[in-house]
Design a protein around this ligand. Sequence first.
Ligand code: SF4
Length: 62
Amino acid sequence: MTFSCKNFDFNNENCMKLNTDCIPGRPGCVLEGKVRFSEDIEKKLKELEEAKLQRRKRRRRT
Ligand code: SF4
């Protein structure tokens, strides 16, 4: 099966809808709730979200 998303920016390899990495099915994605992740991808998503929160916290301190 192949999938092409209108929100994917091929030049930057980024999601234009979420302005972050494309991980099909992640929160906010058009596929949210329609796909099921492997444990590895669930773990990677949590790491990305934690990294994003840490960046926001650092910006607020400065
Ligand atoms: S994260 Fe979802 S909405 Fe964004 S480009 Fe990837 S598939 Fe499309």
